[in-house]
Design a protein around this ligand. Sequence first.
Ligand code: SAH
Ligand code: SF4
Ligand code: F3S
Length: 505
Amino acid sequence: MGRTGYILYNRKERKSREMYYDINLDNIDINAAPPTEESARQYYFMAKCREWVKDFEQKQGRLPRSCVVNMGCQMNARDSEKLSGILETIGYELTEDENADFVIFNTCTVRDNANQRVYGRLGHLNSLKKKNPHMKIALCGCMMQEHSVIEKIRKSYRFVDLIFGTHNIYKFAELLTVMFESRDMVVDVWKDTDQIVENLPVERKYPFKSGINIMFGCNNFCSYCIVPYVRGRERSRNPEDILAEIRRLVSEGVVEVMLLGQNVNSYGRNLARPMTFAGLLREVEKIEGLERIRFMTSHPKDLSDELIQVMKESKKICRHLHLPLQSGSTRILEAMNRRYTKEQYLALALKIREEIPDIALTTDIIVGFPGEKPEDVEETIDVIRQVQYDNAFTFIYSKRTGTPAAAMENQVPEDVVKEGFDKVLKVVQDTARNRVALLEGQVQKALVEEVNQQDPSLITGRLSNNTIVHFKGDGSLIGQIVPVYLKECHGFYYLGEIRDESCAQ
Ligand code: SAH
Ligand code: SF4
Ligand code: F3S
């Protein structure tokens, strides 16, 4: 066993943990028994998988290609980056083309339409697999935590090679070795886990910005929502691990981070040494070289005055807060188990607007929750009018088997839902248009994210408040924060001009 192999087993020493990033797979003895310590174990299996990749390369005269398809929220997107990191480490070439040698769908099941999309796309993969004898297909993510889904795939989608869930994603390398050695479908889905495995490789989509998991799971059990069932109980990462990860990312050129959790406001409660989310933000703020901090999502019931204060004083926390409302009717909020009233939500939103006037507030709204009446929809519309959201994601209620709301008898007929939905959407669009236009004529800093796809003479940047601006420039500015004059508002985005003068935000 090589020297690095030895260090791998010594996880108790901080120094050795940081060395994971410099691991040389060549130094791992794959003929020895697999280590029991989890990160070391996964690097061992990466080394094993790499042998398989080398063998493929020798026989085919090319590297195998893999395609990771993310179908869910930011948390899923971050998981997809972890899957890509492992695939790249073992030697796969990454591609966005599903006509590849290994395709993995990282699924979402928050609403039924997300679910149905997977089945549709699997049909297409099957036709590709018939033409490529090397092709392997894997499914993972939230949808795989549902028993009925696994049954359906076992029965009707037998060409799938590997299925795993959200709790054992850190076992990906190990599961790949099982898949390579097996001729049958490999299924490994866990009910829950209390493990948080640090220091596995990650392949980031953007070099200049990154999501960071600060916690996993959810304890809130909103009555419509499947997430607590498929993501398990809330677990916070240690602040030292989060800060070390951000410092490392900053040293690699990241200027903006998005702290991720289903309810970041309850961060740190279950740590051995409890810490508030506001306390964590204060520490993140101190990281030199980091320019922007975002976070997602904030449950209104847990949003503290301390957080408002930290946001107000911060130079780095972006002027954007996503504050899901779900419904403006206290009666429906109670049935949803949201644990705030219309009045409490309004008081909170208005307090935030007063303390931080330039903040953009966005939200999520569900229309058609069981028992919702037109009067309830009017209450939702009233909140939208009062808060004046900068943007709102409006969803039609989707019945998720196993949630308390699915068993409620007073499900709303489709046509009534549609009518309410259209009404809400119209108000959202009207108010958002007014809010977004407020910055016209100002100079604001934008983080340049990409060359515009429709017009390559333009580049696209994101303002602190999350609004998009397109302006003349070239790709060399990607990843830089530049001042932009916001010349014309076009509904939800701006057309602007780059400026060299200094500006406020
Ligand atoms: N943890 C986050 C949201 C995660 S899911 C939060 O609490 O804000 C993202 C959004 O999907 C939710 O805010 C909700 O608006 C929507 N959603 C969740 N379950 C849904 C369902 N069964 N039907 C329709 N929309 C749903
Ligand atoms: Fe779902 Fe509610 Fe948890 Fe958000 S807070 S993930 S809506 S249960
Ligand atoms: Fe979907 Fe899972 Fe996220 S259900 S919304 S991918 S946590």
